[in-house]
Design a protein around this ligand. Structure first.
Ligand code: AMP
Length: 595
Protein backbone atom coordinates (compact mmCIF):
# COMPACT_ATOMS: atom_id res chain seq x y z
CA UNK A 1 0.00 0.00 0.00
CA UNK A 2 1.34 3.42 -0.91
CA UNK A 3 1.71 5.71 2.07
CA UNK A 4 -0.50 8.75 2.26
CA UNK A 5 1.00 12.19 2.32
CA UNK A 6 4.48 13.34 1.52
CA UNK A 7 7.50 12.79 3.70
CA UNK A 8 8.76 16.30 3.20
CA UNK A 9 5.93 18.57 4.24
CA UNK A 10 8.16 20.06 6.87
CA UNK A 11 11.50 21.66 6.28
CA UNK A 12 14.35 19.56 7.65
CA UNK A 13 16.11 21.03 10.65
CA UNK A 14 19.85 21.48 10.37
CA UNK A 15 22.33 19.45 12.39
CA UNK A 16 23.66 20.50 15.76
CA UNK A 17 24.48 24.21 16.03
CA UNK A 18 28.02 25.47 15.57
CA UNK A 19 27.83 27.12 18.96
CA UNK A 20 28.08 23.79 20.73
CA UNK A 21 31.19 23.52 22.83
CA UNK A 22 30.86 19.73 22.99
CA UNK A 23 30.75 17.89 19.72
CA UNK A 24 28.39 14.92 19.35
CA UNK A 25 29.87 11.49 20.03
CA UNK A 26 28.56 10.28 16.71
CA UNK A 27 29.74 12.63 14.00
CA UNK A 28 29.52 10.49 10.90
CA UNK A 29 26.44 8.29 10.99
CA UNK A 30 27.10 6.34 7.80
CA UNK A 31 30.68 5.56 8.70
CA UNK A 32 29.84 4.53 12.25
CA UNK A 33 26.97 2.39 11.01
CA UNK A 34 29.21 0.66 8.48
CA UNK A 35 32.03 -0.11 10.89
CA UNK A 36 30.08 -0.74 14.09
CA UNK A 37 30.64 -3.89 16.14
CA UNK A 38 29.07 -4.94 19.43
CA UNK A 39 32.39 -6.56 20.46
CA UNK A 40 33.99 -3.13 20.41
CA UNK A 41 31.20 -1.72 22.57
CA UNK A 42 31.78 -4.54 25.02
CA UNK A 43 35.43 -3.49 25.25
CA UNK A 44 34.39 0.02 26.31
CA UNK A 45 32.72 -1.51 29.35
CA UNK A 46 34.47 -3.02 32.33
CA UNK A 47 33.17 -6.51 33.03
CA UNK A 48 33.25 -8.02 36.50
CA UNK A 49 36.69 -8.19 38.13
CA UNK A 50 38.52 -11.43 37.43
CA UNK A 51 36.61 -12.04 34.21
CA UNK A 52 33.53 -13.12 36.15
CA UNK A 53 31.05 -11.90 33.56
CA UNK A 54 29.01 -8.78 32.98
CA UNK A 55 26.66 -7.21 35.49
CA UNK A 56 24.61 -4.07 34.85
CA UNK A 57 25.05 -2.77 38.42
CA UNK A 58 28.82 -3.11 38.26
CA UNK A 59 28.90 -1.04 35.05
CA UNK A 60 26.45 1.48 36.50
CA UNK A 61 27.96 1.95 39.93
CA UNK A 62 30.94 -0.01 41.17
CA UNK A 63 33.28 0.77 38.33
CA UNK A 64 32.73 4.49 38.92
CA UNK A 65 32.62 4.22 42.72
CA UNK A 66 36.02 2.55 42.79
CA UNK A 67 37.56 5.00 40.34
CA UNK A 68 37.94 8.74 39.85
CA UNK A 69 34.16 9.30 39.69
CA UNK A 70 33.63 8.10 43.26
CA UNK A 71 32.59 11.52 44.53
CA UNK A 72 30.78 12.60 41.39
CA UNK A 73 27.07 13.26 41.82
CA UNK A 74 25.28 10.16 40.56
CA UNK A 75 21.66 10.84 41.51
CA UNK A 76 20.06 14.08 42.56
CA UNK A 77 16.59 13.41 43.88
CA UNK A 78 14.03 16.20 44.12
CA UNK A 79 11.21 15.47 46.53
CA UNK A 80 7.66 16.50 45.76
CA UNK A 81 7.85 19.05 48.59
CA UNK A 82 11.05 20.64 47.41
CA UNK A 83 13.86 19.02 49.41
CA UNK A 84 16.91 17.63 47.64
CA UNK A 85 18.81 14.42 48.31
CA UNK A 86 22.17 13.81 46.65
CA UNK A 87 23.94 10.48 46.11
CA UNK A 88 27.49 10.23 44.84
CA UNK A 89 28.65 7.09 43.08
CA UNK A 90 30.32 6.12 46.36
CA UNK A 91 27.03 6.55 48.24
CA UNK A 92 25.12 4.51 45.68
CA UNK A 93 27.67 1.74 45.94
CA UNK A 94 27.26 1.51 49.68
CA UNK A 95 23.47 1.68 49.65
CA UNK A 96 23.03 -0.85 46.88
CA UNK A 97 25.52 -3.15 48.63
CA UNK A 98 23.41 -2.97 51.76
CA UNK A 99 20.26 -3.77 49.79
CA UNK A 100 21.97 -6.72 48.09
CA UNK A 101 23.00 -7.98 51.53
CA UNK A 102 19.41 -7.65 52.77
CA UNK A 103 18.26 -9.84 49.90
CA UNK A 104 20.99 -12.35 50.51
CA UNK A 105 20.09 -12.45 54.21
CA UNK A 106 16.51 -13.30 53.29
CA UNK A 107 17.65 -16.17 51.10
CA UNK A 108 16.82 -14.32 47.90
CA UNK A 109 19.24 -15.15 45.12
CA UNK A 110 19.93 -15.44 41.45
CA UNK A 111 16.91 -15.20 39.17
CA UNK A 112 14.48 -14.47 42.03
CA UNK A 113 12.09 -11.69 41.14
CA UNK A 114 12.21 -8.51 43.20
CA UNK A 115 9.26 -6.26 42.41
CA UNK A 116 9.10 -2.60 43.34
CA UNK A 117 5.76 -0.83 43.61
CA UNK A 118 6.49 2.79 44.44
CA UNK A 119 6.60 6.29 43.13
CA UNK A 120 9.96 7.80 42.19
CA UNK A 121 11.48 7.54 45.67
CA UNK A 122 15.16 6.84 46.44
CA UNK A 123 14.41 3.31 47.73
CA UNK A 124 13.23 2.32 44.26
CA UNK A 125 16.60 3.14 42.73
CA UNK A 126 18.57 1.51 45.52
CA UNK A 127 16.41 -1.62 45.27
CA UNK A 128 16.85 -1.78 41.49
CA UNK A 129 20.62 -1.56 41.69
CA UNK A 130 20.93 -3.82 44.73
CA UNK A 131 18.76 -6.49 43.08
CA UNK A 132 20.95 -6.44 39.98
CA UNK A 133 24.05 -6.78 42.14
CA UNK A 134 22.53 -9.81 43.81
CA UNK A 135 21.78 -11.28 40.34
CA UNK A 136 18.10 -11.16 41.25
CA UNK A 137 15.64 -9.76 38.72
CA UNK A 138 14.31 -6.23 39.06
CA UNK A 139 10.62 -5.84 38.11
CA UNK A 140 9.19 -2.32 38.39
CA UNK A 141 5.48 -1.67 38.79
CA UNK A 142 3.82 1.64 38.11
CA UNK A 143 2.41 3.02 41.37
CA UNK A 144 -0.80 4.24 39.68
CA UNK A 145 -1.81 0.67 38.88
CA UNK A 146 -4.86 -0.53 40.77
CA UNK A 147 -4.94 -3.81 42.75
CA UNK A 148 -5.88 -5.93 39.73
CA UNK A 149 -2.94 -5.05 37.44
CA UNK A 150 -0.63 -5.30 40.46
CA UNK A 151 -1.93 -8.78 41.29
CA UNK A 152 -1.69 -9.96 37.68
CA UNK A 153 1.92 -8.90 37.41
CA UNK A 154 3.04 -10.17 40.82
CA UNK A 155 1.53 -13.57 40.22
CA UNK A 156 2.54 -13.93 36.57
CA UNK A 157 6.05 -12.78 37.41
CA UNK A 158 6.46 -15.17 40.40
CA UNK A 159 7.28 -12.27 42.73
CA UNK A 160 9.36 -13.47 45.65
CA UNK A 161 10.04 -10.03 47.08
CA UNK A 162 8.03 -6.83 46.93
CA UNK A 163 9.45 -3.47 47.92
CA UNK A 164 6.76 -0.88 48.51
CA UNK A 165 5.35 1.70 50.90
CA UNK A 166 2.99 0.89 53.75
CA UNK A 167 0.14 2.79 52.07
CA UNK A 168 0.50 1.08 48.71
CA UNK A 169 0.86 -2.29 50.41
CA UNK A 170 -2.35 -1.86 52.39
CA UNK A 171 -4.26 -0.40 49.43
CA UNK A 172 -3.18 -2.75 46.70
CA UNK A 173 -1.53 -5.91 48.00
CA UNK A 174 -2.42 -6.90 51.57
CA UNK A 175 -5.88 -8.28 50.69
CA UNK A 176 -4.52 -10.63 48.06
CA UNK A 177 -1.39 -11.76 49.82
CA UNK A 178 -2.91 -15.19 50.37
CA UNK A 179 -3.38 -15.56 46.64
CA UNK A 180 0.34 -14.93 46.15
CA UNK A 181 1.98 -17.94 47.79
CA UNK A 182 5.34 -17.25 46.15
CA UNK A 183 5.56 -13.77 47.64
CA UNK A 184 7.70 -14.49 50.67
CA UNK A 185 8.98 -11.07 51.60
CA UNK A 186 7.43 -7.63 51.57
CA UNK A 187 9.93 -4.90 52.41
CA UNK A 188 8.22 -1.70 53.48
CA UNK A 189 10.33 1.39 52.93
CA UNK A 190 8.62 3.62 55.49
CA UNK A 191 8.13 1.63 58.68
CA UNK A 192 10.64 1.26 61.50
CA UNK A 193 9.52 -2.09 62.92
CA UNK A 194 8.56 -5.34 61.20
CA UNK A 195 4.81 -5.96 60.95
CA UNK A 196 4.98 -9.75 60.89
CA UNK A 197 7.37 -12.42 59.64
CA UNK A 198 7.34 -11.74 55.93
CA UNK A 199 6.41 -8.04 56.15
CA UNK A 200 9.63 -6.35 57.12
CA UNK A 201 10.93 -2.88 57.78
CA UNK A 202 13.41 -2.13 55.02
CA UNK A 203 15.17 0.74 56.87
CA UNK A 204 15.80 -1.55 59.84
CA UNK A 205 17.28 -4.27 57.68
CA UNK A 206 19.37 -1.82 55.66
CA UNK A 207 20.84 -0.37 58.85
CA UNK A 208 21.89 -3.82 60.03
CA UNK A 209 23.29 -4.91 56.65
CA UNK A 210 26.98 -4.89 55.77
CA UNK A 211 28.30 -2.21 53.46
CA UNK A 212 30.50 -4.54 51.41
CA UNK A 213 29.13 -6.90 48.81
CA UNK A 214 30.91 -8.86 46.12
CA UNK A 215 28.82 -9.26 43.00
CA UNK A 216 28.59 -12.97 42.20
CA UNK A 217 29.70 -14.20 38.79
CA UNK A 218 27.10 -13.01 36.27
CA UNK A 219 26.62 -14.51 32.86
CA UNK A 220 25.68 -11.81 30.32
CA UNK A 221 22.67 -14.00 29.52
CA UNK A 222 21.42 -14.06 33.13
CA UNK A 223 17.98 -12.55 33.55
CA UNK A 224 18.23 -9.01 34.93
CA UNK A 225 14.98 -7.16 34.27
CA UNK A 226 11.38 -8.13 33.80
CA UNK A 227 9.10 -5.53 32.23
CA UNK A 228 5.43 -6.16 31.80
CA UNK A 229 3.84 -4.94 28.63
CA UNK A 230 0.32 -5.17 27.34
CA UNK A 231 -0.96 -7.54 24.74
CA UNK A 232 -4.18 -7.47 22.73
CA UNK A 233 -5.33 -11.00 23.27
CA UNK A 234 -4.19 -11.90 26.74
CA UNK A 235 -3.03 -10.63 30.07
CA UNK A 236 0.20 -8.59 30.26
CA UNK A 237 3.37 -10.35 29.24
CA UNK A 238 6.63 -10.18 31.14
CA UNK A 239 9.43 -9.29 28.73
CA UNK A 240 12.72 -10.76 29.91
CA UNK A 241 15.94 -8.77 29.59
CA UNK A 242 19.44 -9.93 30.47
CA UNK A 243 22.60 -8.28 31.78
CA UNK A 244 24.03 -8.02 28.29
CA UNK A 245 21.38 -5.35 27.61
CA UNK A 246 23.76 -2.89 29.22
CA UNK A 247 25.66 -2.72 25.91
CA UNK A 248 22.60 -1.15 24.29
CA UNK A 249 22.01 1.14 27.26
CA UNK A 250 25.59 2.28 27.01
CA UNK A 251 25.77 2.77 23.27
CA UNK A 252 22.45 4.63 23.03
CA UNK A 253 23.57 6.85 25.89
CA UNK A 254 26.67 7.58 23.85
CA UNK A 255 25.27 8.00 20.33
CA UNK A 256 21.62 9.01 20.77
CA UNK A 257 21.35 10.85 24.08
CA UNK A 258 24.93 11.96 23.48
CA UNK A 259 26.16 11.86 27.06
CA UNK A 260 29.32 13.74 27.98
CA UNK A 261 31.04 13.52 31.38
CA UNK A 262 29.65 16.75 32.84
CA UNK A 263 26.09 16.24 31.67
CA UNK A 264 23.10 16.59 33.96
CA UNK A 265 20.47 14.33 32.54
CA UNK A 266 16.77 14.30 33.25
CA UNK A 267 14.54 11.49 32.05
CA UNK A 268 10.98 12.27 33.07
CA UNK A 269 9.67 8.70 32.65
CA UNK A 270 8.60 6.64 35.64
CA UNK A 271 10.58 3.41 36.12
CA UNK A 272 7.24 1.57 36.11
CA UNK A 273 7.65 1.81 32.34
CA UNK A 274 10.68 0.59 30.50
CA UNK A 275 12.03 4.05 29.59
CA UNK A 276 12.23 4.97 33.25
CA UNK A 277 14.47 1.97 33.92
CA UNK A 278 16.68 1.79 30.83
CA UNK A 279 17.16 5.56 30.73
CA UNK A 280 15.86 6.79 34.09
CA UNK A 281 18.32 4.53 35.93
CA UNK A 282 20.79 2.51 33.89
CA UNK A 283 22.11 4.45 30.89
CA UNK A 284 23.13 7.69 32.67
CA UNK A 285 24.79 5.79 35.52
CA UNK A 286 26.69 3.55 33.13
CA UNK A 287 28.10 6.77 31.69
CA UNK A 288 29.01 8.07 35.14
CA UNK A 289 27.01 11.27 34.73
CA UNK A 290 24.48 13.01 37.00
CA UNK A 291 20.97 11.61 36.81
CA UNK A 292 18.17 13.87 37.99
CA UNK A 293 15.01 12.37 39.44
CA UNK A 294 11.87 14.32 40.22
CA UNK A 295 9.36 12.67 42.49
CA UNK A 296 6.47 14.91 41.40
CA UNK A 297 4.24 14.50 38.38
CA UNK A 298 4.01 16.83 35.42
CA UNK A 299 3.68 20.50 36.24
CA UNK A 300 4.77 22.98 33.60
CA UNK A 301 6.13 25.66 35.94
CA UNK A 302 7.90 23.13 38.11
CA UNK A 303 9.46 21.52 35.05
CA UNK A 304 10.77 24.77 33.60
CA UNK A 305 12.11 25.67 37.04
CA UNK A 306 13.90 22.34 37.30
CA UNK A 307 15.45 22.73 33.85
CA UNK A 308 16.72 26.15 34.90
CA UNK A 309 17.79 25.56 38.50
CA UNK A 310 19.32 22.14 38.00
CA UNK A 311 21.07 23.23 34.82
CA UNK A 312 19.82 20.23 32.92
CA UNK A 313 21.88 19.65 29.78
CA UNK A 314 20.14 16.63 28.24
CA UNK A 315 16.41 16.13 28.64
CA UNK A 316 14.47 13.01 27.69
CA UNK A 317 10.71 13.33 27.79
CA UNK A 318 7.53 12.31 26.01
CA UNK A 319 5.06 13.74 23.48
CA UNK A 320 2.18 13.98 25.97
CA UNK A 321 4.24 16.27 28.19
CA UNK A 322 5.50 18.27 25.22
CA UNK A 323 1.96 18.79 23.93
CA UNK A 324 0.92 20.02 27.37
CA UNK A 325 3.74 22.53 27.40
CA UNK A 326 2.82 23.64 23.89
CA UNK A 327 -0.70 24.54 25.00
CA UNK A 328 0.42 27.01 27.60
CA UNK A 329 0.64 30.70 26.98
CA UNK A 330 4.14 31.05 28.32
CA UNK A 331 7.35 32.03 26.69
CA UNK A 332 9.74 29.89 28.67
CA UNK A 333 12.90 31.53 27.44
CA UNK A 334 11.74 34.93 28.70
CA UNK A 335 10.98 33.60 32.15
CA UNK A 336 13.58 30.89 32.58
CA UNK A 337 17.22 30.50 31.78
CA UNK A 338 17.33 27.38 29.64
CA UNK A 339 20.77 28.10 28.25
CA UNK A 340 22.29 24.95 29.75
CA UNK A 341 20.07 22.68 27.70
CA UNK A 342 21.89 21.12 24.80
CA UNK A 343 19.57 18.35 23.67
CA UNK A 344 15.91 17.41 24.00
CA UNK A 345 14.74 13.90 23.18
CA UNK A 346 11.30 12.35 23.05
CA UNK A 347 9.94 8.83 22.99
CA UNK A 348 6.84 6.77 23.54
CA UNK A 349 4.38 7.81 20.88
CA UNK A 350 4.36 9.78 17.66
CA UNK A 351 5.85 13.22 18.00
CA UNK A 352 4.02 15.60 15.72
CA UNK A 353 6.20 17.68 13.40
CA UNK A 354 4.66 20.78 14.99
CA UNK A 355 6.19 19.76 18.29
CA UNK A 356 9.67 19.42 16.80
CA UNK A 357 9.44 22.88 15.31
CA UNK A 358 7.83 24.34 18.46
CA UNK A 359 10.85 23.06 20.37
CA UNK A 360 13.18 24.95 18.09
CA UNK A 361 11.18 28.16 18.17
CA UNK A 362 10.07 28.25 21.78
CA UNK A 363 12.72 26.28 23.70
CA UNK A 364 15.52 27.15 21.34
CA UNK A 365 16.20 23.49 20.46
CA UNK A 366 14.44 21.07 18.15
CA UNK A 367 13.11 17.89 19.72
CA UNK A 368 14.82 14.66 18.73
CA UNK A 369 12.32 11.85 18.43
CA UNK A 370 13.36 8.25 18.91
CA UNK A 371 11.61 4.92 18.77
CA UNK A 372 11.78 1.72 20.74
CA UNK A 373 9.58 -0.56 22.82
CA UNK A 374 9.64 -2.76 25.91
CA UNK A 375 10.77 -5.75 23.87
CA UNK A 376 13.74 -3.95 22.33
CA UNK A 377 15.10 -2.89 25.73
CA UNK A 378 16.69 0.26 24.37
CA UNK A 379 16.46 2.90 21.64
CA UNK A 380 16.50 1.36 18.16
CA UNK A 381 15.70 4.24 15.80
CA UNK A 382 16.65 7.82 16.45
CA UNK A 383 17.24 11.33 15.26
CA UNK A 384 20.93 11.55 16.10
CA UNK A 385 22.27 14.97 17.12
CA UNK A 386 24.66 15.10 14.16
CA UNK A 387 21.96 14.34 11.60
CA UNK A 388 19.43 16.65 10.03
CA UNK A 389 16.05 16.19 11.70
CA UNK A 390 13.06 15.45 9.53
CA UNK A 391 10.14 16.61 11.66
CA UNK A 392 7.64 13.79 12.06
CA UNK A 393 10.19 11.05 11.46
CA UNK A 394 11.54 8.72 14.14
CA UNK A 395 14.98 8.88 12.55
CA UNK A 396 17.41 6.18 11.43
CA UNK A 397 18.44 2.87 13.00
CA UNK A 398 21.06 2.74 15.70
CA UNK A 399 24.43 1.44 14.48
CA UNK A 400 24.32 -2.30 15.12
CA UNK A 401 20.60 -2.46 14.34
CA UNK A 402 19.17 -3.59 11.04
CA UNK A 403 15.63 -2.29 10.57
CA UNK A 404 13.29 -2.88 7.65
CA UNK A 405 9.74 -2.57 6.46
CA UNK A 406 8.31 -6.01 5.79
CA UNK A 407 5.11 -7.46 4.43
CA UNK A 408 3.66 -10.84 5.35
CA UNK A 409 3.73 -13.03 2.26
CA UNK A 410 0.77 -15.04 3.38
CA UNK A 411 -0.97 -14.89 6.75
CA UNK A 412 -0.69 -18.65 7.17
CA UNK A 413 2.91 -18.98 6.09
CA UNK A 414 5.89 -18.26 8.24
CA UNK A 415 7.31 -15.81 5.73
CA UNK A 416 7.76 -12.13 5.19
CA UNK A 417 9.28 -10.12 2.38
CA UNK A 418 11.30 -6.99 2.82
CA UNK A 419 9.76 -3.99 1.12
CA UNK A 420 12.55 -2.50 -0.96
CA UNK A 421 10.77 0.51 -2.44
CA UNK A 422 10.80 3.65 -0.29
CA UNK A 423 7.69 5.26 1.21
CA UNK A 424 5.62 2.12 1.24
CA UNK A 425 3.76 1.21 4.39
CA UNK A 426 4.42 -2.13 6.08
CA UNK A 427 5.36 -3.62 9.42
CA UNK A 428 8.49 -2.39 11.12
CA UNK A 429 10.87 -5.30 11.68
CA UNK A 430 14.30 -5.69 13.28
CA UNK A 431 16.95 -8.31 12.66
CA UNK A 432 17.22 -10.26 15.92
CA UNK A 433 20.41 -10.47 17.92
CA UNK A 434 21.07 -7.07 19.51
CA UNK A 435 22.11 -7.22 23.19
CA UNK A 436 18.96 -5.73 24.74
CA UNK A 437 16.56 -7.81 22.68
CA UNK A 438 14.04 -9.48 24.99
CA UNK A 439 14.91 -13.12 25.55
CA UNK A 440 11.38 -14.32 26.13
CA UNK A 441 7.99 -13.62 27.59
CA UNK A 442 8.05 -15.24 31.00
CA UNK A 443 6.29 -18.64 30.86
CA UNK A 444 4.92 -17.85 27.40
CA UNK A 445 7.26 -19.39 24.90
CA UNK A 446 4.65 -19.60 22.12
CA UNK A 447 3.76 -15.94 22.42
CA UNK A 448 7.47 -15.15 22.15
CA UNK A 449 8.04 -17.33 19.11
CA UNK A 450 5.13 -15.67 17.32
CA UNK A 451 7.04 -12.38 17.32
CA UNK A 452 9.69 -13.80 15.00
CA UNK A 453 8.79 -14.50 11.40
CA UNK A 454 11.12 -15.35 8.55
CA UNK A 455 14.24 -14.28 10.42
CA UNK A 456 12.82 -10.93 11.60
CA UNK A 457 11.44 -9.66 14.87
CA UNK A 458 8.08 -8.07 14.06
CA UNK A 459 7.43 -5.03 16.19
CA UNK A 460 3.66 -4.73 15.74
CA UNK A 461 4.11 -1.17 14.46
CA UNK A 462 3.30 0.00 10.96
CA UNK A 463 5.81 2.38 9.44
CA UNK A 464 7.48 3.43 6.22
CA UNK A 465 11.01 4.20 5.27
CA UNK A 466 11.97 7.08 3.01
CA UNK A 467 14.65 7.25 0.30
CA UNK A 468 17.32 8.20 2.83
CA UNK A 469 16.55 5.54 5.38
CA UNK A 470 14.50 7.66 7.80
CA UNK A 471 11.61 5.74 9.36
CA UNK A 472 8.13 7.26 9.72
CA UNK A 473 5.59 5.90 12.17
CA UNK A 474 2.17 5.05 10.77
CA UNK A 475 0.32 3.27 13.59
CA UNK A 476 -0.04 0.03 15.50
CA UNK A 477 -0.77 -3.15 13.59
CA UNK A 478 -2.86 -4.41 16.52
CA UNK A 479 -5.42 -3.09 19.01
CA UNK A 480 -3.01 -1.94 21.70
CA UNK A 481 -3.85 1.48 23.08
CA UNK A 482 -1.26 4.17 23.74
CA UNK A 483 -2.55 6.59 26.34
CA UNK A 484 -0.26 9.28 27.78
CA UNK A 485 2.61 7.23 26.38
CA UNK A 486 1.58 4.04 28.16
CA UNK A 487 0.51 0.80 26.60
CA UNK A 488 -2.88 -0.47 27.65
CA UNK A 489 -4.07 -3.89 26.56
CA UNK A 490 -7.82 -3.90 25.84
CA UNK A 491 -8.14 -7.44 27.15
CA UNK A 492 -7.01 -6.50 30.64
CA UNK A 493 -9.59 -3.70 30.84
CA UNK A 494 -12.38 -5.80 29.34
CA UNK A 495 -11.72 -8.59 31.84
CA UNK A 496 -12.20 -6.24 34.79
CA UNK A 497 -15.38 -4.66 33.38
CA UNK A 498 -16.85 -8.09 32.86
CA UNK A 499 -16.40 -8.85 36.53
CA UNK A 500 -19.12 -6.30 37.28
CA UNK A 501 -22.43 -8.10 37.84
CA UNK A 502 -24.32 -5.90 35.34
CA UNK A 503 -21.93 -6.42 32.44
CA UNK A 504 -22.43 -9.10 29.83
CA UNK A 505 -19.61 -8.10 27.50
CA UNK A 506 -17.11 -5.35 27.01
CA UNK A 507 -14.91 -4.15 24.16
CA UNK A 508 -12.23 -1.56 24.64
CA UNK A 509 -10.64 0.73 22.06
CA UNK A 510 -8.28 3.70 21.93
CA UNK A 511 -10.05 6.88 20.86
CA UNK A 512 -7.76 9.58 19.46
CA UNK A 513 -7.40 12.53 21.81
CA UNK A 514 -5.13 15.49 21.06
CA UNK A 515 -3.39 15.73 24.42
CA UNK A 516 -2.89 12.17 25.60
CA UNK A 517 -2.76 10.47 22.20
CA UNK A 518 -5.59 8.04 22.79
CA UNK A 519 -8.10 7.70 25.59
CA UNK A 520 -9.39 4.34 26.76
CA UNK A 521 -13.02 3.92 25.73
CA UNK A 522 -15.17 0.92 26.61
CA UNK A 523 -18.30 -0.33 24.91
CA UNK A 524 -20.41 -2.38 27.25
CA UNK A 525 -23.41 -4.62 26.73
CA UNK A 526 -25.52 -5.37 29.78
CA UNK A 527 -26.97 -8.57 31.11
CA UNK A 528 -30.63 -9.28 30.21
CA UNK A 529 -33.05 -7.26 32.29
CA UNK A 530 -30.55 -4.53 33.18
CA UNK A 531 -31.23 -1.13 31.71
CA UNK A 532 -28.48 1.34 30.82
CA UNK A 533 -28.50 4.49 32.93
CA UNK A 534 -26.21 7.38 33.78
CA UNK A 535 -25.96 6.06 37.33
CA UNK A 536 -24.76 2.67 36.09
CA UNK A 537 -22.30 4.31 33.70
CA UNK A 538 -20.73 6.27 36.55
CA UNK A 539 -20.72 3.19 38.73
CA UNK A 540 -18.86 1.23 36.05
CA UNK A 541 -16.33 4.02 35.58
CA UNK A 542 -15.68 4.03 39.33
CA UNK A 543 -15.57 0.24 39.49
CA UNK A 544 -12.98 0.04 36.73
CA UNK A 545 -10.94 2.85 38.23
CA UNK A 546 -10.81 1.27 41.68
CA UNK A 547 -9.64 -2.04 40.23
CA UNK A 548 -7.37 -0.89 37.44
CA UNK A 549 -6.06 2.44 38.67
CA UNK A 550 -6.13 5.73 36.82
CA UNK A 551 -3.43 4.83 34.30
CA UNK A 552 -5.38 1.94 32.82
CA UNK A 553 -9.10 2.47 33.53
CA UNK A 554 -11.46 3.65 30.78
CA UNK A 555 -12.30 7.36 30.71
CA UNK A 556 -15.43 6.81 28.61
CA UNK A 557 -18.05 4.09 28.70
CA UNK A 558 -20.82 3.67 26.16
CA UNK A 559 -23.64 1.14 26.36
CA UNK A 560 -24.37 -0.87 23.26
CA UNK A 561 -26.95 -3.66 23.18
CA UNK A 562 -25.00 -5.83 20.74
CA UNK A 563 -21.28 -5.65 20.25
CA UNK A 564 -20.15 -6.50 16.70
CA UNK A 565 -18.46 -9.87 16.55
CA UNK A 566 -17.02 -12.23 14.01
CA UNK A 567 -18.71 -15.47 13.15
CA UNK A 568 -16.14 -17.18 15.29
CA UNK A 569 -17.26 -15.08 18.25
CA UNK A 570 -14.45 -12.54 18.51
CA UNK A 571 -15.50 -9.00 19.27
CA UNK A 572 -14.46 -6.70 16.42
CA UNK A 573 -12.76 -3.86 18.21
CA UNK A 574 -11.53 -2.52 14.90
CA UNK A 575 -15.08 -2.10 13.67
CA UNK A 576 -16.15 -0.33 16.86
CA UNK A 577 -13.25 2.02 16.40
CA UNK A 578 -14.06 2.72 12.75
CA UNK A 579 -17.67 3.47 13.71
CA UNK A 580 -16.59 5.67 16.59
CA UNK A 581 -14.38 7.70 14.29
CA UNK A 582 -16.74 7.72 11.33
CA UNK A 583 -14.22 5.87 9.18
CA UNK A 584 -14.91 3.25 6.51
CA UNK A 585 -15.75 -0.07 8.12
CA UNK A 586 -13.31 -2.01 5.93
CA UNK A 587 -13.68 -5.72 5.38
CA UNK A 588 -16.68 -6.86 7.40
CA UNK A 589 -17.17 -10.20 5.71
CA UNK A 590 -16.43 -11.96 8.98
CA UNK A 591 -19.14 -9.98 10.83
CA UNK A 592 -21.86 -12.04 12.43
CA UNK A 593 -25.02 -11.20 10.52
CA UNK A 594 -27.48 -11.25 13.40
CA UNK A 595 -25.92 -8.00 14.65
P1 AMP B 1 6.27 0.45 25.20
O1 AMP B 1 6.61 -0.98 24.97
O2 AMP B 1 5.26 0.66 26.27
O3 AMP B 1 7.49 1.27 25.39
O4 AMP B 1 5.57 0.97 23.86
C1 AMP B 1 6.19 0.80 22.62
C2 AMP B 1 5.32 1.33 21.52
O5 AMP B 1 5.15 2.75 21.66
C3 AMP B 1 5.90 1.15 20.15
O6 AMP B 1 5.71 -0.14 19.63
C4 AMP B 1 5.14 2.22 19.38
O7 AMP B 1 3.84 1.79 19.04
C5 AMP B 1 5.06 3.36 20.39
N1 AMP B 1 6.20 4.29 20.23
C6 AMP B 1 7.33 4.35 20.95
N2 AMP B 1 8.12 5.36 20.51
C7 AMP B 1 7.49 5.92 19.47
C8 AMP B 1 7.79 7.00 18.57
N3 AMP B 1 8.91 7.70 18.68
N4 AMP B 1 6.90 7.28 17.60
C9 AMP B 1 5.75 6.57 17.48
N5 AMP B 1 5.40 5.55 18.30
C10 AMP B 1 6.25 5.23 19.29
Amino acid sequence: MKAKGSTVNWKPIKKFPNTWTVKPNLLDYDKTYATFSWEEVRRELDGLPGGKGLNIAHEAIDRHATGPRRDHLAIRWLSREGSVLDFTYGDLREQSNRFANVLRGLGVGKGDRVFVLAGRIPSLYIAALGSLKNTSVFCPLFSAFGPEPVFQRLSRGDAKVLVTTERLYRQKVADMRERLPQLQHVLLVDIDEDIDPGTWSLPKRLKEAATEFTIPPTDPEDMALLHFTSGTTGMPKGAIHVHEAVLTHYVTGKYVLDFHPEDIFWCTADPGWVTGTSYGIIAPLVHGITNLIDEADFDATRWYRILEEQRVTVWYTAPTAIRRLMRLEIEPRRQYDLSHLRLIHSVGEPLNPEAVVWGEQVLGLPIHDNWWQTETGGIMIANFPSMEIRPGSMGRPLPGIEAAIVRRVNEDKDEVEVVKEPNVEGELALKPGWPSMFRGYLHEEKRYQKCFVGGWYLTGDLARRDEDGYFWFVGRADDIIKTSGHMVGPFEVESVLMEHPAVAEAAVIGKPEPLIGELVKAFVSLKPGIEPSEKLRLELLGFARSRLGSAVAPKEIEFQANLPRTRSGKIMRRLLKARELGLPEGDISALETSE
